[in-house]
Design a protein around this ligand. Structure first.
Ligand SMILES: Cc1ncc(COP(=O)(O)O)c(C=O)c1O
Length: 451
């Protein structure tokens, strides 16, 4: 039996799948953070090109992937689907474990699937520069790569704690020509306000988003690119699940459970949404989103309208949130430190189509090392959350003596995360408990909308 299933380049999807066409209920409206009224297309055009705005609100089931984008995807796509035979053996489980590996992209994760598309549409619209934020550095690297391929300038606000945890991610962005600014910075009003309050702020994705949005909104030749959360980002990521479906078919299998880690939700959406489409034809697959217990947006957050960023510049959406100024502890899975979640993932979770689970970082690193020792690949700290959950599902299978097919998303490699592995191996990694008081305080500041 094949260890890995590789699709040829001509099997690269020609269209992205838009789950909005198949959602049981219409999607919730979005509000302007300044006026607290329904957001208009004009509001959005201050930071996004028209084609992206169209995708954000489209309810067409299939959206063409431009040929130029497919050509660049071919640098690493279709990505491989592996059967984790060695991990299965080590666990002595009757479960079959498959994983879709996105670490083969030049930046090392799933993030270029959207970065390439966003850079393409901005270039088409005559934009000169893109501004963005990055947590773990994976999105920053992906946008730096995409901008370099399309000849755009790129400014990246990188969460300060990640700059020190992941210095080589910063170098990678710089080698692709991006300017990297530790956030909070003195470059923007948003950054200065945070620093005035706390000059030692470690930063967060919410703050870095505020800085990047402000930069884009105040420069006519500059747009903003977001690495997750929004509908169009989830859309672009569906190439992952679309390929995985074909690969599972070649393997002669169909997953009973699909697992992915969930930060802003685009990785989870990308792998699971194309499989969710099969629910209508009677498939009973479970979908499990995995998050850190120190930033447990789905498992402990509330379903409410909230700002997408800390200083209230990003649109207000209905989502699971821990409060827009909630500052998660500096865990190593920097890409999972976001106070909110994709509105699409949130709505599907609220409607009971998705399950969620939270794990502490030590248990995830333990699973990642077991995976690396058996399967060879070193997972990114974010991806290790999916590895943990997949191993646990396989162990349940063993306990129950039942066969089960598990598919999980290995969203990136961890070769630039050795500082994190080093801390784990030397026993110095802290497990943070759920910061209930901080979340309560932050949730008291949810916006009151003019509905
Ligand atoms: C390797 C990796 N996996 C998963 C995630 C989470 O991604 P998302 O926001 O799409 O949920 C990130 C975020 O940076 C990441 O770097």
């Amino acid at each position: 039996m094949s260890k890995k299933i590789i699709l040829s380049e001509d099997k690269l999807p020609k269209k992205w799948y838009n789950i909005i066409a198949d959602m049981p209920n219409p999607i919730a409206p979005v509000f302007n953070p300044q006026t607290l009224k329904l957001i208009s297309l004009d509001d959005m055009s201050a930071i996004f090109p028209h084609s992206i705005i169209e995708q954000e609100i489209s309810n067409k089931r299939w959206i063409d992937i431009p040929e130029e984008v497919r050509e660049i995807y071919k640098l690493w796509r279709p990505s491989p689907l592996y059967r984790a035979f060695e991990l299965e053996k080590a666990l002595k489980t009757p479960a079959k474990i498959y994983y879709k590996y996105e670490g083969v992209s030049p930046a090392g994760s799933h993030k270029p699937n959207s970065a390439i598309a966003q850079a393409y549409y901005n270039k088409q619209a005559g934009i000169k520069r893109l501004a963005t934020e990055t947590g773990a550095g994976q999105w920053g690297c992906s946008l730096a790569l995409a901008c370099s391929l399309f000849g755009l300038e790129c400014t990246i606000y990188m969460v300060k704690v990640s700059c020190s945890q992941k210095p080589y991610r910063k170098s990678m962005m710089q080698l692709w020509g991006a300017e990297v600014i530790p956030s909070p910075s003195t470059r923007t009003n948003a950054g200065r306000a945070i620093l005035e309050d706390n000059k030692d702020s470690l930063g967060s994705l919410g703050i870095a988003i505020s800085e990047a949005v402000e930069d884009a909104a105040t420069h006519a030749d500059t747009n903003y690119a977001l690495g997750s959360v929004l509908n169009h980002v989830c859309l672009h990521q569906t190439v992952i699940g679309l390929e995985a479906k074909e690969q599972m078919e070649i393997a002669g299998d169909y997953p009973d459970v699909v697992i992915a880690c969930c930060g802003g939700g685009s990785n989870f959406a990308g792998l699971t949404f194309p499989f969710m489409a099969d629910k209508a034809s009677g498939k009973e697959t479970r979908f499990l989103a995995v998050e850190p217990s120190s930033c447990p947006t789905l498992t402990k957050g509330v379903y409410a309208y909230d700002y997408g960023d800390t200083v209230k510049m990003a649109p207000i959406t209905l989502m699971y949130t821990l409060g827009h100024d909630f500052m998660p502890p500096g865990i190593h899975a920097g890409g999972l430190r976001y106070h909110g979640d994709s509105p699409l993932v949130s709505q599907l979770y609220h409607e009971g189509l998705i399950e969620a689970k939270a794990y502490s970082q030590n248990s995830c690193f333990e699973a990642a090392i077991q995976f690396a020792k058996t399967e060879g690949i070193v997972p990114a700290p974010e991806s290790s959350h999916a590895v943990r959950a997949a191993i646990d599902e396989a162990l349940v299978s063993k306990e129950e003596g039942k066969e089960k097919t598990i598919l999980f998303g290995l969203s990136g490699h961890g070769q630039l995360d050795m500082g994190a592995y080093d801390s784990y191996l030397s026993g110095g990694l802290e497990d943070y408990s759920y910061p209930a008081d901080k979340v309560k305080e932050s949730l008291s500041k949810l916006p009151k909308l003019d509905k």
